[in-house]
Design a binder for this molecule. Structure first.
Ligand code: ADP
Ligand code: GLC
Length: 488
């Protein structure tokens, strides 16, 4: 099978969150299963260092018409990596900027995102006609969701594209790509698409909704989230549509790329360790405390690690409600993250008030993220919702015990510690209440302080879990096969 991935992020070229990890790791796994995969992402400024000075164009120029003008995009050949062919959609006036979706300063989204990602989707379709039409277009999140919409409108009668099936993966239903109604003529789409059963929602043009309506099959990144998004609480206005399409919706739990996330050989760590020999973790702990300027933290103090986008989704308002109670306990907090100013300021002021116990680094830093995973004792994810979540799965591998809210992929990947039969991998709470979070932290602290063998068992239980991509990759192949079968 030939599969084309279209997405807005992919490691190592462009990353803000887990989407990039998935788009980077799943294609090589599909190649291992004998399939041909091409990945298209925009040629952002961050991609440039990965390319030679002299760009090699697979397609020199594609004309993308808009309402009042044409734009021109090139397709840069990124070559093969691990058997995967990479293509970059080059349109410098839209993509050569300092952020992916908005200015790095965090001041909202770019005003022309409909045009940017509309162009991206059309360019992938046009490029495929020249470089190879796949059996399946696998598109990710709202940024790529216009591709199936175009296939069912502007390209409907194109004989070259008629056989291709489409799969859309929802990584986060909270981000949908809402734009004004005038997006319809701007992208040269017919006005009869701007109805509530198609791309319209509350008088806005909704990219993700369009993708959900027009894709052959829908997936999301955990079985629990697949159920949750069919409810009013989690569906962000799309639950009705998702309920209607529930036969075409499947939750496939993300995997982990253990080539990059394994404490036994992670080059970003001060020392290595494994379930057989945990000694190196103590060195990683010292290194982490040093990186955060918390050298005074005692050996019997539990270190709680946080690595996250600072967004409402991640539940840090619960932490802010119990901040003082937390620091009354024998614990230290190291937080790495950036995003909404409200949360950045909360962590900064907490660290200022409790400089011996709390430290925060407000930025994106991949190497430091690895150090937190390895050097902390516990990893905190109190998410309001979490489609899958990768950090808690990395934490398991690093022997860093997750304390999580039981939602989405957190519910599917973490099992509550059972002191009687020594099973479980972490600590969970269900209600979105600060008191419940504190109680989960207290349960973890109790085992950490009073049951050392129990804590070691917890760590080893987590480290023994296997979330390699081999399994989910096979599930995706089943989905692609189902789509092809239905299309006859
Ligand atoms: P989401 O995609 O919602 O942000 P995930 O848990 O799926 O959540 O993935 C987050 C990914 O982004 C992980 O690989 C994590 O290590 C990384 N990450 C998030 N924030 C930072 C940061 N400030 N610095 C480095 N890596 C980060
Ligand atoms: C989204 C979700 C996260 C998920 C990631 C990769 O960013 O917020 O939960 O792990 O996508 O699928």
């Amino acid at each position: 099978m030939h599969i084309v991935f279209a997405a807005s992020e992919c490691v190592p070229f462009a990353k803000t969150g887990g989407l990039a990890d998935v788009v980077g790791a799943l294609p090589p796994e599909l190649v291992k299963l004998g399939h041909q995969v091409s990945v298209y992402i925009p040629l952002y400024r961050t991609v440039r260092p990965f390319l030679p000075e002299q760009l090699t164009f697979a397609v020199r120029s594609i004309t993308i018409p808009f309402e009042y003008y044409n734009r021109f995009a090139g397709i840069v050949d990124g070559g093969l990596r691990d058997g995967v062919q990479y293509y970059f959609v080059d349109c410098p006036e839209l993509f050569d900027r300092d952020g992916f979706y908005g200015p790095r300063s965090g001041a909202g989204d770019y005003g022309d995102n409909a045009e940017r990602f509309g162009l991206f989707c059309r360019a992938v379709l046009e490029a495929s006609k020249q470089l190879g039409v796949p059996d399946i277009f696998h598109v990710h999140d709202w940024q790529a969701a216009m591709l199936p919409v175009y296939l069912h409108s502007v390209y409907y009668f194109d004989p070259a594209l008629r056989t291709a099936g489409t799969v859309l993966t929802i990584h986060n239903a909270g981000y949908q790509g809402w734009f004004p109604p005038s997006t319809t003529p701007q992208l040269l789409l017919p006005w009869d698409m701007f109805t509530v059963d198609k791309v319209e929602q509350n008088d806005t043009f909704n990219f993700l909704k369009g993708g959900l309506v027009y894709s052959d099959y829908l997936t999301t990144v955990s079985p629990t989230y697949a159920k949750e998004i069919q409810t009013g609480e989690f569906g962000a206005g799309l639950d009705g549509l998702l309920r209607k399409r529930h036969w075409d919706l499947r939750g496939i739990l993300n995997g982990v790329d253990y080539a990059h996330w394994n404490p036994a050989h992670d080059p970003k760590l001060a020392a290595h360790y494994s379930p057989e020999n945990l000694a190196g973790k103590a060195e990683c702990r010292r290194d982490l405390l040093h990186a955060f300027g918390l050298e005074g933290v005692q050996d019997d103090t539990a270190i709680i690690g946080i690595v996250s986008r600072f967004a409402t989704q991640k539940g840090f308002d619960l932490v802010s409600q119990i901040a003082d109670q937390m620091t009354d306990r024998n614990l230290a907090v190291v937080a790495l993250g950036s995003g909404e100013p409200y949360y950045e300021n909360f962590f900064r002021s907490w660290a200022q008030r409790k400089p011996v116990q709390v430290a925060v680094q407000v930025r994106y830093d991949d190497a430091l993220a690895h150090k937190v995973e390895a050097g902390a004792d516990m990893f905190l994810m109190p998410s309001r919702y979490e489609p899958c979540g990768l950090n808690q799965i990395y934490s398991l591998k690093y022997g860093t015990v997750p304390v999580v809210r039981a939602t989405g992929g957190l519910e599917d990947t973490i099992e509550e510690w059972n002191a009687d039969n020594r099973t479980g991998t972490g600590f969970k709470f269900s209600g979105y209440h600060a008191g419940d979070l504190l109680w989960a932290i207290d349960r973890a602290l109790w085992v950490f302080a009073n049951d050392k063998p129990g804590w070691q068992t917890l760590m080893r239980n987590g480290m023994a879990k296997d979330y390699a991509w081999a399994h989910p990759a096979r599930e995706y192949v089943e989905v692609y096969e189902e789509v092809l079968r239905r299309r006859g």
